[in-house]
Design a protein around this ligand. Structure first.
Ligand code: N01
Length: 544
């Protein structure tokens, strides 16, 4: 077979060159398979390639938010801070791409537009916006969970005289806000990270807040050589602990109930978590925070009391205080000086619950109260999470059925990795898997390793296709829903629930049973000959 034919008839197409796509390429190429990665960006990095807004950094500690597959890589890379800033994570991913010689199988500036399963050939036909038209036995969708940005459809945006940006598609050259009147719309993680930084540069910052959010101090700090050396000396044990921890982050599982301890002791624990900083400190204080509303109220009220302590103007503090959802039912934010920013003279909070946006005009944003004159608008308005990146591609399975049709009432997967009617299509960290509720890098590695083992199994057994059965998928969807309904998560209008996208079905998207339970289910399924999947023989592997 010529090189051109080989390029057109691949073993695997991987869509996306973020953490997921890169590791998939590395593992699958290592099996001797021909792999082509398509990436819409001009470089590797996925989330970390696109989200370059001021203040962007990870909210999982750097030493854990990194690949574990290569002990050499772990040892040679040095992180500078407890939570790595976006440029450093992007530098890390670029280092990985070079170190493992990945770029030669990645085509950049190329967006996959469609993937259709040809039942006769038993292959996927994948097409791109650059005119590529290739055939592959397997497709790995490494499209990310938070990559399909959502910009609100506010009347008049095109009339705005200034510039506007979305945090998830930030210009590579950066944006200089010096001397500008800036409006930030949205107070999720992206808004809460960028607002303090923009406030320091802009002449005036107006924050347009629809829903106040819980945010915890990051307590970011430089990582000392001693800390790094200590972690690196015990890296395998740390990774093993992470793998057996609920969120795939190495923390001890809480054992106590919040209401089991007296109020003074409870407060002391919350104070200690606040002082330590980080997401896990607070969320793992007690084991019932996400299942018992009364327990959750104690943590929520503690954070509210902190907001009142920090924010000087009581009306502003009140407006910033989250009351509409239990703590952690929306992804809690990590910040550096977020609430303190509202004590600055050059920052104004607009509470959109009191004065909603009516339109954008050439001079700025009009609310029911007045026009806020602006030079620049920043939309920190989030993403069509988990399903958006897949449904923005025209994916068609058996019988030419679009995935968008199959998922019209919400995503249906088996293990969050496969969907019935779409043979040989794998979704990395898809809906129905722990994904966004866990350390994403570890979740990615677990999925890629499972897929690599699966492809080896198919090869070793002369099998051509693997496809989730409808029965296994139905049972998995029921299981995922049951787990979610036993928690407080469905009480929030969150992107976890699809609530941030008009018309999106309200379904709790990730699997909430924890990473270890999920991982062992995946391992059992594989050990049981891929229980719940239909397997067919590979005609090419049969004796002539
Ligand atoms: O998006 P979001 P994000 N008018 O959906 C508001 C990860 N992440 O990009 O709550 C006015 O959380 C919306 O208001 P409401 C992390 O998993 C991680 O900030 O819908 N406002 C909300 O305030 C995170 O959870 C990191 O009422 C509108 C905001 O916009 C996820 O990405 C950093 C509006 C959107 O918040 C998404 O975070 C950044 C409208 N029409 C992101 N539409 C770290 O690792 C929406 N909003 C630290």
């Amino acid at each position: 077979m010529s090189a051109t034919d080989r390029a057109r008839h691949l073993d695997v197409v991987v869509v996306g060159a973020g953490f997921g796509g890169l590791y998939a390429l590395h593992r699958l190429r290592g099996l001797g398979l021909s792999v082509q990665v398509y990436e819409a960006g001009s470089g590797v990095g996925g989330t970390w390639y696109w989200n370059r807004y001021p203040g962007a950094r990870c909210d999982v500690e750097s030493l854990e938010y990194s690949y574990s597959f290569s002990p050499e890589l772990e040892q040679e890379w040095a992180w500078s801070e407890r939570y790595a800033p976006q440029p450093e994570i992007l530098g890390y991913i670029n280092h990985v791409a070079d170190r493992f010689d990945l770029r030669r199988d990645i085509q950049f500036d190329t967006r996959v537009t469609a993937a259709a399963f040809d039942e006769t050939a038993g292959r996927w036909r994948v097409t791109t916006d650059r005119g590529d038209d290739v055939s592959a036995r397997f497709c790995v969708m490494a499209t990310g969970c938070l990559s399909a940005v959502t910009t609100p459809d506010i009347e008049g945006l095109s009339s705005f005289r200034g510039n506007w940006y979305h945090t998830g598609q930030w210009p590579h050259g950066g944006v200089d806000f010096s001397g500008q009147r800036v409006g930030v719309v949205g107070t999720g993680s992206s808004g809460i990270q960028s607002i303090p930084v923009i406030a320091r540069q802009a002449s005036h910052l107006v924050v347009f807040q629809r829903t106040p959010n819980f945010s915890l101090p990051a307590r970011n700090e430089p990582l000392t050589p001693d800390t790094q050396a200590e972690v690196k000396a015990g890296y395998r044990a740390l990774r093993d602990k992470a793998r057996s921890s609920f969120s795939a982050i190495a923390v001890a599982a809480p054992t106590e109930l919040a209401l089991e301890v007296d109020p003074a002791e409870r407060r002391r624990r919350y104070e200690a978590a606040w002082a330590r900083g980080g997401l896990m400190s607070m969320t793992t204080t007690f084991r019932d925070l996400i299942v018992d509303k009364a327990a959750n109220d104690t943590a929520a009220e503690f954070i509210r009391s902190k907001i009142r302590e920090i924010v000087v103007d009581p009306d502003v503090a009140q407006a910033l205080t989250p009351t509409d959802h239990p703590f952690a039912t929306k992804r809690p934010c990590l910040d550096t000086g977020y609430f303190e920013t509202f004590n600055r003279d050059n920052v104004t909070l607009v509470d959109l619950r009191q004065t909603p946006i009516t339109e954008i005009v050439p001079a700025g944003i009009r609310t029911t109260e007045r026009v806020h004159e602006l030079d620049t608008i920043v939309f920190a308005t989030g993403f069509d999470a988990m399903t958006g990146p897949l449904l923005r591609i025209d994916i068609r399975g058996r019988g030419d059925r679009p995935l968008s049709d199959k998922w019209s009432a919400g995503p249906r997967t088996y293990l969050g990795i496969a969907t019935a009617g779409f043979p040989n299509l794998f979704i990395l960290t898809g809906p129905g898997s722990p994904s966004v509720l866990s350390n994403m890098v570890m979740a990615i590695e677990q999925h890629v390793d499972w897929i690599a083992d699966c492809l080896s199994y198919l090869g070793a057994n002369g099998l051509g296709t693997i496809e989730a059965t409808v029965e296994a998928e139905d049972a998995w969807v029921d299981h995922v829903n049951q787990l979610a309904s036993a928690t407080l998560f469905p009480r929030a209008n969150s992107w976890y629930m699809g609530a941030n996208v008009p018309g999106k079905p309200r379904v709790f998207l990730p699997y909430v049973g924890g990473f270890p339970q999920y991982r062992s289910t995946c391992d059992d399924v594989a050990a049981d000959g891929y229980r719940g999947f239909g397997l067919t023989a590979d005609p090419a592997a049969e004796p002539a």
